[in-house]
Design a protein around this ligand. Structure first.
Ligand code: ATP
Ligand code: MG
Length: 358
């Protein structure tokens, strides 16, 4: 069996460091490791419209932003096909058939959708498209026969829902679809990086992000204003590390060499945490340390971004080619699925023969 990878992002804004640690880093690792047949990254514009129907311009604007983000972190279009979801109408068709295999109560139980409904303030006015986006996501994953899906942990309910659809489909119609498995980051804090405001998730829609495209000045303002420990008022006070966003980010980004370079009083993060908990270390000091580390991380990304911003035609062609390639595979899968569902009438005259022989 082929080993395909599919993952994606909604073009609701530029990508942020939560995306990086949650899923982009795994994509880069997979890309370098190889050992897969086809690797697809989808810009999920149709999914983004499910909760932004009145703002198509926002989605349009961010197509290129997201594509440039991918290329700036080092996604290699020779190894990965980047494509745009809405260009592939087969995905919508598959989702339509899959919706027969899912109950309303099953959709209502999806914890991520429940959480998003709350945070978007939908209350009683949930768009049907938004409510059913886990089905559309199952179509995206299965159309490309993906067995691996690198994601942050908010996506686990979607992958589970996809597996259920695959099982139902294969049981009823025959073995056509592939069951996917999520690939989560190893470091637990990276599974759902909190926002700079301390909110449980850094999210484009919540406006609490450090973007991969932030300048040094933007980064500095954000880091220096970050949520820390509200009980740590004076430097000598004992501080709390748990729930302290600055430490969560250090957990995600720092390594021992950073200490040798910028904070030689301590050998590693464990030592710094102990000292902070004991008291005597000011928040400004650790914020400056974090700022240094994040700036080192973003510098090479900014450099590459400059190149692509000056070569937009290249980005455009990458998207076009990736979309054409992806389209072929989605067509094939839809055909197989429709054949399995007995929805094929005009390929040959078999329908007539069957009728005559009845
Ligand atoms: P939106 O608010 O529009 O939903 P988002 O910031 O949640 O945007 P998505 O495009 O929905 O971003 O998510 C793309 C991928 O990034 C998913 O795999 C998701 O799990 C991962 N991801 C998003 N935010 C985080 C985060 N804060 N920490 C870890 N992974 C994340
Ligand atoms: Mg999201």
């Amino acid at each position: 069996m082929k080993k395909n990878i599919l993952t994606g992002d909604r073009p609701t804004g530029k990508l942020h460091i939560g995306h990086y640690v949650g899923t982009l880093a795994s994509r880069l690792k997979l890309q370098e490791k190889g050992g897969y047949d086809d690797f697809f990254i989808m810009i999920a514009d149709a999914q983004a419209l499910t909760d932004n129907a009145d703002n198509p311009q926002k989605i349009r604007e961010n197509i290129l932003n997201v594509a440039i983000d991918y290329l700036s972190i080092g996604i290699d279009p020779k190894k990965v096909h980047i494509f745009i979801q809405s260009e592939i109408s087969e995905l919508t068709e598959l989702a339509f058939y899959y919706s027969n295999l899912v109950t309303v109560s099953r959709l209502e139980r999806n914890p991520t959708v429940k959480q998003e409904i709350k945070s978007k303030g939908f209350a009683e006015s949930i768009p049907v498209g938004f409510f059913t986006y886990p089905i559309s996501q199952a179509a995206d994953i299965t159309a490309f026969k993906a067995s691996i899906v690198p994601v942050g942990d908010d996506q686990l309910p979607m992958i589970e829902q996809t597996r259920e659809i695959v099982r139902s489909f294969n049981r009823i119609y025959g073995d056509v679809l592939v069951e996917p498995k999520e690939l989560l980051p190893e470091n637990e804090v990276c599974m759902r990086l909190p926002g700079i405001d301390g909110n449980a998730k850094m999210s484009k829609s919540l406006g609490n992000c450090i973007y991969l495209s932030d300048s040094y000045e933007e980064l500095k303002t954000k880091v220096m204003g970050m949520y820390t420990d509200p009980l740590h008022l004076k430097v000598e006070d004992p501080g709390h590390v748990k729930g302290n966003t600055v430490f969560t980010y250090l957990d995600a980004f720092v390594n021992d060499e950073d200490f040798a370079k910028y904070y030689p009083e301590f050998k590693n993060l464990d030592e710094l945490k102990k000292a902070y908990e004991h008291g005597g270390i000011g928040d400004v000091k650790i914020k400056k340390f974090l700022l240094q580390i994040l700036d080192d991380f973003l510098k090479p990304i900014r450099e590459k971004r400059k190149y692509y911003e000056e070569h937009l035609d290249e980005v455009y062609d990458i998207l076009k080619e990736g979309t054409m390639y992806a389209h072929c595979l989605a067509k094939e899968t839809l055909n197989e699925a429709k054949n399995a569902m007995k929805l094929n009438y005009f390929n040959n005259k078999q329908l007539l023969d069957e009728f005559k022989n009845e």
